[in-house]
Design a protein around this ligand. Structure first.
Ligand SMILES: Nc1ncnc2c1ncn2[C@@H]1O[C@H](COP(=O)(O)OP(=O)(O)OP(=O)(O)O)[C@@H](O)[C@H]1O
Length: 204
């Protein structure tokens, strides 16, 4: 499924952050969001994932086509690794968790409560959840935080496999993940201060 974004504007905390954002992400492709801290990468991803409304513009794909992985891992702390994956698989109407355990090197940790995992292991479990959503468009916010080099490589391989299977990925990250991707720098889309616009109008 294509994700086409046209002339999107979005806000955070009531203030416009980005405007005029347009791109198309096709099946099998990855798009890396770049830009300095605070430019609005998280805000854009949250808007696409349906967690907040856009100020204006259009998003061709519905949030139901997307699997969103935020900064927080969103794990159930008292459930085991396997139980967490089964829980999420059920939520998304899927059954197979074996691939998720395998691709994120979680098989040996399958019976460990999530609350007893290290930060990097929790992150791996949070990302493994993507594989049990069955959703084609992965929307990922700084997915490699807490991951060591080996886990970054595992994650890169999982995304590459998702792309080969016809999925797509939109990723806010500052690092290179080892597969071919187009980059979109959000710096030119910084919203102009609206308060100043109104000020000009009032005194025109
Ligand atoms: N909860 C919030 N309430 C109000 N403003 C916020 C909130 N969270 C972020 N902002 C502001 O919104 C703007 C965009 O933030 P956002 O988190 O989308 O940027 P980012 O590009 O993802 O940054 P980073 O690279 O640091 O993660 C920033 O100016 C930030 O200060």
């Amino acid at each position: 499924m294509d994700l086409t974004v046209q002339d999107l504007a979005c806000a955070r905390g009531g203030l416009p952050v980005l405007e005029g954002v347009s791109f198309t992400l096709r099946p099998g492709r990855a798009l890396m969001l770049r830009g300095p801290n605070g430019i609005g990468k998280t805000t854009l991803l949250r808007t696409l994932a349906g967690l907040q409304p856009a100020l204006s513009g259009t998003i061709s794909a519905p949030p139901e086509a997307m699997a969103y992985a935020a900064h927080a891992d969103g794990l159930k702390p008292t459930l085991s690794v396997e139980e967490n994956l089964r829980f999420w698989a059920r939520v998304f109407g899927q059954r197979d968790i074996a691939r998720a355990l395998d691709e994120f090197n979680l098989t040996e940790l399958a019976h460990r409560p999530a609350q007893n995992l290290s930060a990097g292991q929790k992150r791996r479990l949070g990302l493994a959840r993507l594989l049990v959503t069955g959703r084609p468009i992965w929307v990922l916010d700084e997915p490699t935080v807490s991951l060591d080099a080996a886990s970054v490589a595992l994650f890169g391989a999982a995304v590459a496999q998702h792309l080969r299977m016809g999925g797509s990925a939109l990723i806010a990250t500052h690092i290179h993940l080892g597969f071919e991707a187009v980059e979109l720098d959000l710096t030119p889309f910084r919203a102009r201060p609206r308060a100043m616009d109104r000020f000009d109008e009032a005194f025109a």
